[in-house]
Design a protein around this ligand. Structure first.
Ligand code: ADP
Ligand code: 5GP
Length: 212
């Protein structure tokens, strides 16, 4: 839970990260979170069953389709989409609380979700993660071995279409070496924190000391 606090000087940014499944997005996000403070990971709701090792409330909020549909009707999602046959959605609650506390929020969502976020939160920053090749993507998906072979094949077929969307994103990170790609992602977050519009309350405070 993000604890409510008094309004921060800087409202946190929303940073969308998309990639074809298996490109290494979760690996990079995990590393990024240990190397930078002030980040909140948006936990999505999904109707997909948990994979071995996944925990409800940590990796996803796992739920039934009727419950998910109720949340859609109640306007609880920033965005939602059907991905690989299951429903996924980003709840507003955590995104709002984190931003008000001045924390940046990472959204690990697909390209359909990114389109909706761009409409609703036009100042969101987006990053597309590409694997070095289709062959390497296949290797990573099989090596993860948490999905049955037919699911891997479906994800590889989807990847061919998904990668075409890299042009819709602000930044591109090629995940060849984990350390290099994590560093690149870190640079995006740090640069976002320096955006002028995100620093105007602070700049105004400084200007006041000059009597301006
Ligand atoms: P995603 O979240 O994009 O579906 P994962 O982070 O689960 O992908 O990564 C898929 C597999 O590829 C995992 O087994 C992970 O350890 C491996 N992997 C991730 N990044 C790299 C990399 N740069 N080089 C080699 N293997 C990687
Ligand atoms: P996975 O089932 O491998 O965890 O995720 C499958 C895909 O769903 C990934 O591309 C991931 O980015 C996407 N995804 C996860 N959560 C959300 C969400 O809340 N909204 C959308 N649109 N996509 C999501």
């Amino acid at each position: 839970m993000v604890k409510p606090r008094k309004r921060a000087l800087r409202e946190g940014s929303v940073i969308v990260i998309s990639a074809p499944s298996g490109a290494g997005k979760s690996t990079l996000i995990r590393r990024l979170r240990t190397s930078l403070s002030g980040l909140t990971f948006s936990i999505s709701c999904t109707t997909r069953p948990p994979r071995p090792g996944e925990k409800d409330g940590r990796d996803y909020y796992f739920m039934s389709t009727p419950r998910f549909k109720r949340l859609i009707a109640e306007g609880e999602f920033v965005e939602w989409a059907r991905v690989y046959g299951h429903l996924y959605g980003t709840p507003w609650k955590r995104v709002r609380a984190a931003r008000e506390a001045g924390r940046d929020v990472l959204l690990d969502i697909d390209v359909q979700g990114h389109r909706q976020v761009r409409r609703r939160l036009p100042d969101a920053v987006s990053v597309f993660v590409l694997p070095p090749s289709l062959r390497e993507l296949g290797r990573r998906l099989r090596q993860r071995s948490s999905d049955p072979p037919e699911v891997v094949e479906r994800r590889l077929a989807a990847a061919r279409k998904e990668i075409a969307h890299w042009t819709e994103y602000d930044y591109l990170v090629v995940n060849d070496r984990v350390s290099r790609a994590t560093q690149a992602l870190r640079s995006v977050v740090l640069a976002t924190r320096l955006r002028r519009d995100h620093q105007s309350p602070r700049a105004r405070e400084i200007c006041m000391t000059f009597g301006g």
